[in-house]
Design a protein around this ligand. Structure first.
Ligand SMILES: [Zn+2]
Length: 508
């Protein structure tokens, strides 16, 4: 009888019926949700929706999005989160990271100061979350990464490609493995064209493309990555996988349901990746034939981008890989307050100190030598450094004009040094996309839904829909209006756990 009475009252639209919920009363039949987490009266922005949904409520139960509506209000037993003047978006996904690489600290620094490595690793998962990245894909998983990363009290969900597949003497496999353990660790694949370099201790039958793919699956990988890196535009001359090897790897990835990712940043490497029907090209295009100091992509680069469009390949432009190198000659990032939101204080103090500065100067010397080798002695390093960002931006604009399927990935930390700090690097990458003219909705989609689709994670991730994992960001500004909205993260939800951003920042 009681229930019938309440029902009638609600149907009559009596405001008193809602008042007991202590929530924003809305006249039309509000439903009281009295368990879980209720984010009330928020502007919901999700990439599959044609427009934001204002005054939305999102209910989280058991780590998942349980209900979405415009007439849900929190009861006294639910955890109510006030979404007024806030924007709710899916947690960001970065599908190109290397969380095991400790770029700001070289081996000597780690040997001399093991506490710095400990501090860096303790902060790293928090730094990704603080900048909104709730899911990561590590494209070349270092052996011990999962154990320390997943032990962190709060961390993004980490997917990976297991050990990336390499050829003897190729990029990241210059040292010839002495035994099977070393060969398996770098997931070497045999190709007959390299028979003379093959170590006698290793049986080529154990290093077929099929065995390489098996190693990825055994490691728990969702993707297989290999490198077509002939040597950074002429600085080095490395062997690369042949078309035959790439074709075989493609076949093995298809057979196992793995995403096929190829590292490529030069015209001929992109062409190899396109020819091999890669799913993802893991870099932008910045090496092309002709004048190395020109920022105007030649016909070959334009044609290659057009071919990637025709092949329907996803591309990660990774601009910050190039921008980040600038910090080798310009250390102003060390005084950027945003860096203090990414790296522990002790690590920044080390980098600013005499040891850190000496390492940076040594790296700068290496770069000067490389520039002298490929550009000649007359080009000064600062000028040489400035051309890289112009080149990656020019090709990103071409990709945009051609409607390349852009994916958000950063390659954090791309190289040694301070230029690609965890979390912040993704924010800087987003900034470069925006400066290059990528529309803000496209940036959001590339870092959420498109990443989820490309890596086979869309059942759980990428949008705010019922049944998906409750990985969400509550922002104080509208990410469809300003890129600075990503500097205004209030709250991060990971698997439904509510985390205030301030609690993720390094301790002072
Ligand atoms: Zn990478």
């Amino acid at each position: 009888m009681m229930q019938i009475t309440r029902c009638l009252l609600c149907a009559a639209g009596l405001a008193c019926c809602l008042a007991f919920a202590g929530a924003q009363a809305r006249p039309d039949a509000a439903k009281v949700v009295d368990d879980g987490i209720v984010i009330e009266d928020v502007t919901l922005i999700s990439p599959e929706r044609p427009a934001p949904l204002p005054h939305a409520a999102v209910v989280i139960r058991n780590g998942k999005i349980a209900e979405i509506g415009t007439s849900l209000v929190a009861g006294p037993h639910a955890q109510r989160i006030d979404g007024r003047h806030r924007f709710l978006i899916p947690g960001l996904i970065d599908t190109h990271v290397h969380v095991g690489d400790v770029a700001p600290l070289d081996d000597d620094a780690i040997a001399a100061h093991p506490d710095l490595l400990e501090a860096y690793r303790a902060q790293l998962p928090r730094a990704f979350l603080a900048f909104g990245f709730t899911t990561l894909v590590d494209l070349n998983l270092a052996p011990d990464t999962l154990s320390w990363f997943n032990r962190a009290p709060v961390h993004p969900t980490l997917y990976h490609c297991g050990p990336a597949v390499r050829v003897i003497g190729g990029y990241t496999a210059q040292r010839i493995p002495k035994d099977a353990a070393a060969a398996n660790r770098i997931n070497i694949v045999y190709q007959s064209s390299q028979a003379k370099d093959w170590p006698a201790a290793l049986d080529p039958r154990d290093y077929t493309p099929a065995r390489a793919a098996d190693r990825v699956v055994a490691a728990g990988g969702i993707c297989l990555k290999t490198f077509v890196e002939p040597g950074f535009g002429g600085v080095f001359h490395w062997p690369v996988p042949t078309a035959e090897t790439l074709d075989a790897l493609r076949a093995e990835t298809r057979r196992r349901g793995l995403v096929f990712v190829i590292h490529a940043n030069a015209v001929e490497s992109w062409q190899a990746a396109i020819g091999a029907h890669a799913d993802v090209i893991a870099h932008g295009l910045w090496h092309w034939p002709g004048d190395r100091m020109s920022a105007t992509p030649p016909a070959e680069a334009r044609d290659t981008i057009a071919a990637a469009v025709r092949a329907g390949i996803w591309v990660q432009p990774t601009l910050q890989v190039i921008y980040g190198e600038g910090s080798i000659f310009d250390a102003s990032l060390l005084d950027d307050p945003r860096l203090a939101e990414s790296l522990p204080r002790s690590v920044i103090a080390y980098l600013k100190g005499s040891e850190g500065q000496a390492v940076r100067r040594a790296m700068a010397d290496e770069y000067r030598q490389a520039f002298a080798k490929v550009l000649g002695p007359s080009v000064d390093p600062a000028t040489a450094m400035s051309i890289g960002p112009a080149r990656v931006t020019a090709t990103l604009r071409l990709m945009l004009a051609d409607n390349v399927k852009l994916l958000f990935g950063t390659d954090t930390p791309a190289g040694e040094g301070i230029g690609n700090p965890p979390g912040l690097n993704g924010r800087m990458e987003m900034g470069h996309w925006a400066e290059a003219g990528v529309p803000l909705p496209r940036i959001l989609r590339a870092a959420t839904l498109d990443n989820a689709v490309a890596f086979g994670l869309a059942k759980d991730l990428g949008t705010i829909e019922v049944g998906k994992r409750a990985d969400l960001l509550l922002l104080r500004a509208d990410p469809l209006k300003t890129i600075a909205a990503y500097d205004a993260i209030d709250t991060v939800f990971v698997n439904g756990t509510v985390i205030a951003r301030t609690s993720l920042l390094p301790a002072n």
